[in-house]
Each structure stands twice: as C-alpha cells, then as structure tokens.
Design a protein around this ligand. Structure first.
Ligand SMILES: Cc1cc2nc3c(=O)[nH]c(=O)nc-3n(C[C@H](O)[C@H](O)[C@H](O)COP(=O)(O)O)c2cc1C
Length: 433
C-alpha cells in the first residue's frame, strides 16, 4: 500500500434491539430481533471486509423524556427496547476470528469489579479481541433504574470514571502475566506470589481484589470512548485507545482529532496510540440517481416521523424537545447528557436537525461506491488520519452488503484500507497503522 491506510469500524446504533422492523429490507422475519442472527451476519461481513471492530451501543432504560411519557419510545421502538449487549458480544465473538468486539458498559451501572470481571472474560473467550465502550450514562431514567434520583452531574461522572478506570485497570493487572504456571509435575496451578490483592480505597469505589481470573490475552481490553465535551476529551486523552467522533464538517473533524491528539501529548501519551474514528452514514447504490432517491425517501420518512427523531434527541440530551417550536432556531441549551451533540444543535431548527442531523454539511456521502470511496479518502487526507465508524439506524442485510461488498472493495482498490488483518488481537490490528 503506497500510503498509510485508515481504519473502519461499525456502530450498532440502538444496540441489541429491533432494527428495520417497519421498513422494507428488514429480512424475512423482522420480528426475530431478539435473535443474534442479523448481528452475526453483520460481524461475518465486517470480518470479510477486514474492519477493525464492531461496537454495540447500549442503554438500559425505556426512556420517557419526550412529553414526559414512554409512549412514543414504545410505539415506534425509539432507542428501546434493548437486550444485554454483553450476551450479544459472546455470539459475535463465536462467529468471528479477527474482528474486535466492543461492548458498551456504563460506569454508573456496573460496579468496577463486575465490569473488570466481565470484560476480562470477554477478552479470554475471544482470544484477545474484546473492547469496552466506556460510557458514563446520560439519561436520568437509566440512573433511576439503579436507585438514583438522577444522573450525577456531567463533569463529576467523568471524575468518578477516572477513579473507576484506575481501579478496573488494577484489577485487570492483579495477576502477573506469567502467574499461571500449570506445572503438572510439581502440582502448581498458579504462582501465589504473582497474584496481588489491590486493596483499592478511592473517593467513590472500594475493592479488595485480586480479580478472580488470570490476566487476559490483551492484558486490558481496548478502551473506546465517545464523549466529546471538553471534560470528555480530557478523559479520552487519558484512557481511550479509540475515540468515536461526531462532526458535521471536515474542518470540525480535523479540529476534534487535533485536539484529542494535543491532549494526549499533554497527558504524556503518544497521540498515535488513539485512533479517532468519525461516525458516517453513507448511501451507496448502482447510480447516483438511485442513491439520491434513497436519500430523499429517508428524508421523507424522517419528516413523516418527526416525533421519533425528537424523542431520540430528547433521550440523549435529557431535554424535552416537544416544548420547542419546530421551525425556530434553537437557543443555546444546557444538557446533563450528551453535551457535544446538544452543542451542535444551537442556531438550527428541530425540523432541520431531524432531517439532516447525521449528515455532513460539506461532504456528500450519497452516490456510487466509487464516488463515496473517493470522498472518504479525501476526507481522511484533510483530517490527517485514523478513519470512520459506519452506522445505519435501520440496519438491514442489504445495507451491510452495500458497505462491506460494495464500498469497501472500492476503498481497497484505492489502497486506502487494509485487505487483510495484520494480527490476531484487536489492539495489535488497531495500532498497526
Ligand atoms: C457516537 C456516540 C455513541 C455513544 N454511545 C453510547 C452508548 O452506547 N451508551 C451510552 O450510555 N452513551 C453513549 N454515548 C454517550 C457518550 O459516551 C457520553 O456519555 C456522552 O456523549 C456525554 O459525553 P459528552 O458530553 O462528553 O459528549 C455515545 C455518544 C456518542 C457521540
């Protein structure tokens, strides 16, 4: 490959939940969403296309932020229901051999010991392919399921998460890498001197340790992070190995990535040890006309179902958007949830955000596979590197094939993405370029 390739990953938005259940191309049995089959097919396709990882989004509650009611969320399956992502992860691991599998687990919903144990197990059973999407929670309804009145304040959640990851890391590393001896002759399973209680006493968490199982193949699962507020970026620069960015323009992608890299340097880390991937939702088809037609159909569907989009925005922000005029530019809003997303709303109308919210304002990713591949390659050149995370809110096998068997071969022809994995473990592949 003449130039440094970039990375590809896939974001399963709305987690282990129903996908295109009310739309065409949902498959022979769109009611079968509680089965892992669609996601298994997705993961196999991603591995065929040599993606770095698949990430399973998650949240634990049936929201009620919009109109103070869970009606819209349940009627249209907005951001819910969702089954447990860690259970799905084990099916995806079983179906693949090289793909990284990233599970979303919230620091406000799992005790650090439980999380260290679960992710250590996933890393063992995948032979070093587990990742953790490290989230701190955003919706008050989620916190209420776990006995709190509301989420802790935004920046405090990150302070707590700093301590949390410190503890989890100590637990992951509480067995030395060579602690398991399995010496049959002398009847020694593990060398007791190489397994260490952690005796952690923090401001928020306590744990004795050691972890109940040996160090996992990667030592620590790959940490993925998605919060882009100032405090979120500082946190990412300290802990993350891959960051999910949402940006509306190429210039803001570049600014975001440059900032994460600068903060990583300040934190004493090599900026190349963090791969910043941007969320994109391209539409590829045989011809530009077909692709444009599908884009128009998506916009029409969005305008017929504005309440679905508003309910989703309300969940992530904690702001009830039923109280705002659809055609008035939004003021500056304060959110205790996803601050980065909310910052991107001010000055725009809800109608516009609901239609084009996920589109880039200055790059058209709607066209033939050749068109889109060429544009993605230009975007990475301008941004400086790393890659993309693909997402379609209405996941279908048709869309999966268009990306993995249509777009990716074009990217490979351009020589801008890998054609095969370099390594067996997730982190090694992620850090290969
Ligand atoms: C693309 C993207 C994906 C996210 N996925 C999840 C998720 O699966 N579960 C979750 O609880 N939070 C998720 N988040 C929320 C973030 O991890 C973070 O908690 C939130 O954006 C607030 O952080 P910020 O204000 O620093 O942006 C996601 C955010 C983004 C932008």
């Amino acid at each position: 490959m003449a130039r440094k390739p970039f990375h590809l990953a896939w974001f399963i938005s709305r987690g282990f939940g129903p996908k295109a259940w009310r739309l065409p191309w949902g498959g022979p049995n769109p009611k079968g969403w509680t089965s892992p089959d669609l996601f298994v097919d997705l993961s196999r396709a991603l591995e065929r296309a040599a993606f770095d990882y698949v990430m399973i989004e998650d949240s634990s509650n049936i929201p009620y932020t919009y109109q103070n009611s869970h009606d819209i969320y349940l009627r249209y399956a907005v951001d819910s229901p969702k089954l447990d992502p860690a259970v799905l992860a084990s099916f995806l691991i079983q179906a693949t051999r090289r793909l990284g599998v990233v599970t979303t687990l919230s620091t406000t919903e799992y005790h650090p010991f439980q999380l260290a144990r679960l992710t250590n197990t996933l890393d063992h059973v995948s032979h070093g392919r587990a990742g953790w999407n490290l989230v701190t929670g955003s919706n008050d309804g989620g916190a209420q399921n776990f006995g709190l009145d509301r989420q802790y304040p935004h920046d405090q959640r990150y302070d707590m998460a700093d301590e949390y990851v410190d503890l989890v890391t100590r637990l992951w590393e509480s067995w030395d890498a060579d602690a398991v001896v399995m010496d049959q002759q002398n009847e020694i399973f593990a060398d007791p001197s190489k397994v260490h209680p952690v005796h952690f006493e923090g401001q928020y968490f306590r744990s004795r340790g050691p972890l109940g199982a040996p160090r996992s193949p990667q030592g620590r699962p790959v940490i993925c992070q998605a919060g882009g507020s100032p405090r979120g970026r500082q946190f990412a620069a300290r802990w993350a190995e891959t960051v999910i960015g949402t940006a509306r323009s190429v210039a803001s992608m570049k600014a975001f990535r440059d900032d994460i890299r600068a903060k990583a340097r300040e934190a004493g880390r090599d900026p190349d040890s963090i791969k910043v991937l941007f969320l994109i939702t391209p539409i590829v088809d045989e011809s530009r006309e077909n692709a444009e037609m599908r884009r128009r159909a998506q916009l029409e569907d969005a305008s017929r179902h504005l309440d679905v989009h508003l309910a989703s925005l309300s969940r992530t922000s904690g702001i009830d958007f039923s109280k705002f005029d659809l055609d008035e530019p939004l003021p500056e809003l304060k959110s205790n949830g996803h601050q980065t997303l909310v910052a991107q709303y001010s000055g725009r109308t809800l109608r516009e955000i609901s239609g084009t919210g996920k589109m880039l304002s200055d790059v058209n990713l709607v066209g033939t596979a050749q068109d889109v591949a060429a544009r993605l390659s230009e975007v990475v050149d301008e941004v400086g590197g790393d890659g993309f995370l693909l997402m379609d809110p209405d996941l279908t096998r048709r869309y999966i094939a268009e990306i993995t068997d249509g777009l990716v071969p074009e990217l490979q022809r351009l020589g801008v993405v890998r054609t095969q994995y370099e390594h067996e473990q997730f982190r090694d592949n992620l850090m290969a370029f």
